[in-house]
Ligand binder design. Structure first.
Ligand code: GAR
Length: 201
């Protein structure tokens, strides 16, 4: 059984969807720990409510980005984590972290990458005026939202959309897509060749 860590900074609706999928057997793994860089993150509360270990790790307690990442990696090793899942974790990981978990860190981004990377992916798509956006689950590499794409789902933009209504529909799509991608990893069905991520039987 693969051991998963979820890192989240905010509301944690993706974390909730993942915990639900684990509980209902739709993810063949277990969440060993949830970690947040925000003390008040609802994500931590959600983990605790489901009896999952929840840790606030304060970036201010460490001398810099790499020291912080070293502390997180140490914690992940202690919890024998196989897969790191970023679910609205609003920090860029350092090379040290990424190299500690090659092709074993996933991120979810609220656009169809490589369109609209970085912050505010939903707002960027809306302001650009595209008619279709969506969400992307990808492996994390050292670039900003550039790693191999695992799964994507399209979400049409309607004329009446605001950032809030659009983000709501993207969230619903994320809540389906992320557990699916995590389950594939747990079942060792993902294989990366160059930039292409294949699903194998
Ligand atoms: C999600 O929509 C995720 O795609 C986005 O943050 C939200 C977190 O929601 N991530 C990024 O924008 C990363 N650049 P949640 O806390 O409810 O899971």
């Amino acid at each position: 059984m693969k051991r998963i860590a979820v890192l989240a900074s905010g509301r944690g609706t993706n974390l909730e969807a993942i915990l639900e999928a684990v509980e209902s057997g739709h993810i063949a793994g277990e969440v060993a720990v949830a970690i947040s860089d925000q003390e008040k993150a609802l994500a931590l509360q959600r983990a605790e409510n489901r009896g999952v270990k929840a840790l606030f790790m304060n970036p201010k307690d460490y001398g810099g980005r790499e020291q912080y990442d070293r502390a997180i990696v140490e914690q992940l090793k202690e919890d024998q984590v196989d897969l790191v899942v970023l679910a609205g974790f609003m920090r860029l990981l350092t090379a040290y972290f990424i190299q500690a978990y090659p092709l074993a860190i996933m991120n979810i981004h609220p656009s169809l990458l490589p369109a609209f990377p970085g912050l505010d992916g939903v707002e960027q798509a809306l302001n650009y005026g595209v008619k279709i956006t969506g969400c992307t689950v990808h492996f994390v590499d050292e670039g900003l939202d550039t790693g191999p794409v695992i799964l994507q789902e399209a979400v049409p933009i309607i004329q009446e959309d605001t950032v809030e209504t659009l983000h709501q529909r993207i969230h619903a799509s994320e809540h389906r897509l992320y557990p699916t991608a995590i389950d594939l990893f747990c079942k060792e069905k993902l294989k990366v060749e160059g930039r292409r991520c294949m699903i194998i039987d």
